[in-house]
Design a protein. Sequence first.
Length: 239
Amino acid sequence: MWRATVFTLFPGMFPGPLGVSLAGEALANGIWALETRDIRAHGLGRHRAVDDTPAGGGPGMVIRADVLAASLDAGFLAGDQRPRLLLSPRGAPLTQARARSLAAASGVVLICGRFEGVDERVIDARGLEEVSIGDYVLSGGEIAAMVALDACVRLLPGVMGKEASGVEESFEAGLLEYPQFTRPREWEGREIPPVLLSGDHAKIKAWREAEALRITRERRPDLLGKDEREPAPRGAPER
Ligand code: SAM
């Protein structure tokens, strides 16, 4: 069973959206397990304080290293080899490749920041790897943790109906996915591209590859290799 442990100040947010659909069914079927650890259980004093003002001044509050470390230390089993990820806008972007490698591990430990973030010393001392879900700032790491978990869980064996449906998706071959169509054949005067109805699997494959490349060039040229990004030399046939 793939095991996820989430350290959070808001354990009540989980499983949230992970409790329904693919991830929820997989959770109910024991394909993965979700444990939450309330960081506040290790808070200080009568009010179980977890944060304090930033050293050097400035707005907001920072999660204390001693509190988070106490929570982590109490939550880890000796010899737990799972990756320990701190959700953070400063982190390395979470990619499909990373989600695949996390899904191939025995599970993951996710730590959710709040306020202005986490005292740097605990990141260092407990070997936390910072991971970001995108170039924007959320108010807490919980939704980011759910995004990361959803990306991993759907890749676990037995979660998606057809294992193949994960292999052809966006980012898997370094490209965005080709356009999808379904019934009706004609809708508001728009037809499904005839090649998709031809039954010619080789032609369909070629069309999908060309479309995936076209869309990636248009929307995410950064995903393509350097050669692909460079404009074709004058007189060269359009790719
Ligand atoms: N002061 C921090 C900064 O500028 O980098 C932002 C802190 S944010 C308000 C609070 C928490 O939300 C972070 O500690 C992190 O856990 C989470 N968070 C916010 N944006 C995120 C993102 N893009 N990816 C992952 N986690 C994020």
